[in-house]
Every structure is written in structure tokens, then in C-alpha cells.
Unconditional design. Sequence first.
Length: 299
Amino acid sequence: MILRVEDTDAERNKPELVQGILDGLKWLGVDWDEGPFYQSQRTELYRAAATKLLANGNAYLCYCAAEKYAGGDHAEEGAEGSQIRRVTRCSCRDGKPSNPGVKPAIRFKVPLGGTTKFFDAVFGEREFSNDEIEDFVLLRSGKGEEEFGQSMYQLGVVVDDIDMRITHVIRGADHISNTPKQVLLYRALGAEPPVFAHVPLILGADKSRLSKRHGATDVNMYRTEGFLPEAFRNFLVLLGWSPGGDEEFIRTKELIEKFSLAGVSRTNAVFDRPKLEWFNTQYLQKLPIEELLPKWKTN
């Protein structure tokens, strides 16, 4: 497992938030073998890939205003199952700069017509019309002396996946709309796409996306409240996955042995706070005292 911090969005990137993620992973016992690697420190790698795409005709210089860069930078809320808008291609694509004299960004040249297909380990075969995929930005336009600016999300993750030899990309179902763009990028860079698996989202009790109004959303808050990490792991893994029976109290070692993507549901799960408390009670009652004492002291 490689820990990668995707921090190219300077406006949303805050050191304390990154540290909170690292602390939460450590408390949960989700350890990593390499990293953390920070995308903000790998800019030259992304620029080299974008230059390669320019050279092989899979990208072009775009002189459009920066506000037109919206789209394709991050997963769209509620994207799974929604209708993606039809897009129009700018004149820059055909070598006719829309606003010559300004520094250009680099956009990916999505093929005209046809479809982009990939197999999802949870949702099965997926197919997207290329006419509904915008020519997404790879590199922002440069500022000051820079020729080009920071990498956008789509390019950064694909280049890192290739460089780090990522075999499986397992992420939320709200990223499904990003996947055809990334599949196109893998192929344009001469690489085989990894296995994709989009897992259901975790919703609040009112069936809306989990947010602060539903209570604690930072894992570290549950640590402060006294929840045991193994109980929390047991609770989380059953949100959208089933071992194929009625068993619920499953210790981590057994979960690791039983888990497979085939058991992942396509239906969003609801974060049930009383159920989490039930799991915690079960672990407090059933774990040997010699296992509980160290955890209690660290909490």
C-alpha cells in the first residue's frame, strides 16, 4: 500500500487536514508500506507527461479563460447515474487560439465520436459516450515566469498510478464520471489501466451525503470519544460489504481473510451511530482484558 496525498488544489489543501488524515489512518491500524508522497512535490513528472501528450497529438494548447477550466478537476457530486451534459469543443483544439497572447493551459483531446469502456469490479461493464466527455485540462496556465502551472487532478492521479505501478483503484462511486477520462489518459500514455472498483457512498440517516450536520465526520473525533479502532473497522467494513451471511462481529484478521470485491454492494450505505455504539459495546464485552488495556491507555 502506497500513501499518496493528492494536494494539487492549493485552495483546499491545509497541512492540518493532511495531518488529521495521517493520524486517523494510524489509529485505525491502516498502515502503509511507502510514502506519504505529495503530488505538490511531483510537478515536473506531470509536466513531462503533459508534454508527451502534446507531442503525440493527444493534447493541445488552450488559450481559453481560466473559468472555463471547470469540469474534470474533481469528482462531481451525485455523478453516478446522472446525465452528463453534452460539451462543445473550443477552437483551440483545431489550432485556432481563442485568446492569443495569453499563457495557455494544456487540455486533453478527447476522441470525437465512439465510446470509452472499462470494467468495474463492482458495477460491471461501463460505457461512456466520448461526446459527453469534455476536453479536460491537464496543466493550468503558468504564472510569472512559469510556462505552465500546477497539474490538474486527472493527470496527476494517472501519472502517479503508472509511476507507482498501482494495480487496483478502489474509490467512491461518485468518481465513476472521472474514470473514462482517466482510461483515455492511460491509453494515451501507453499504459494499461488498473482494475477499477467503485464502492457505495456512506450517507447520513436522512439519506443525504454524510456531512458535519450528521455529527462527527473526522475519524479522530471517534477516537476521542473512546471507540475502539477494531470495533470501528468492523462497523465500517460492513457499510457496503457483506461476508455472505448474518455474522456481524468479525475480528480484523478474519475480515482480511474473507474480504473480496465480489461482496461489495452497489447500494449506498447509511451511517448508523447506534449500530457503531453496539459494535463498540460488543468489543468491550468480548475482547480479553489484556487486549483492551493497551487500547484504553492510548485512547
